[in-house]
Design a protein around this ligand. Structure first.
Ligand code: 5RP
Length: 224
């Protein structure tokens, strides 16, 4: 079973947690694309929900598939949030932001008591850090911000897109940081967010409640 099929399998399972009348947070990324497509089938069949998207891309997909949207002016609490991840480590700590949506993803995940993360087996790791850690920073003085972050022990690369600096939905920049294996994600996250120019990091500490993992050998979805 290839990775796309595994993403689809786990997305289908996650959508089963969404019930009538719920306010739902929709994550960002290719795994979430499958979730949005399956959710749209259920909406077509009468499921009554309202969703807050974590990116402009997810909002666009939701509109394309006729999924009703809401926002934090109307809704402060979400019954469930479903999102992908780039790595999931022990204690359910996550490394996210490969799709550049980490800030809104963290805001949305913070608005629920039921944050369900959907991954294929390859993303479940013993230690976070093989995937470079995305960090959202303000554009103002970004060259020096990179130096301040690197002083914590990484090599940081300013994310590019089409030969220009990548700009997030919040008009910020992303730096992808190679810290090597991250021994203490909580401590690193605290060190990074104490730099005033750092908006947020892709380390999601103590936020996930449930991890759904699709197994490459069988295609079955395991709940952690
Ligand atoms: C976006 C994210 C995504 O959840 C993460 O990159 C996983 O994406 P995909 O489902 O495409 O593998 O954090 O900011």
């Amino acid at each position: 079973m290839n990775q796309d099929e595994l993403k689809e399998r786990v997305a289908i399972e996650a959508v089963k947690y969404i019930k009538d009348g719920m306010n739902v947070g929709l994550g960002t990324g290719s795994t979430m694309y499958y979730a949005i497509r399956y959710l749209s089938e259920r909406v077509k069949n009468g499921l009554n929900i309202k969703c807050i998207p974590t990116s402009e891309k997810t909002a666009e997909w939701a509109r394309t598939y006729n999924i009703p949207l809401t926002n934090f002016s109307e809704t402060h609490h979400l019954d469930v949030v479903i999102d992908g991840a780039d790595e999931v480590g022990p204690n359910f700590h996550l490394l996210k932001g490969g799709g550049g949506a980490l800030l809104r993803e963290k805001i949305v995940a913070n608005a629920t008591d039921q944050f369900i993360v959907i991954i294929d087996e390859s993303k479940y790791v013993n230690q976070l850090g093989k995937f470079k850690l995305p960090i959202e920073i303000v554009p103002f003085g970004y060259e020096y911000t990179i130096q301040l972050v690197e002083a914590l022990g990484c090599k940081a690369t300013l994310r590019q897109s089409n030969d220009a600096i990548y700009v997030t939905d919040n008009q910020n920049y992303i730096i992808d940081c190679d810290f090597g294996m991250i021994n203490n994600p909580k401590q690193l996250n605290n060190q990074l967010i104490s730099i005033i120019r750092v908006v947020e990091t892709g380390l999601f500490i103590d936020m996930a409640n449930k991890i759904l993992v699709s197994q490459s050998s069988s295609g079955l979805v395991e709940e952690l």
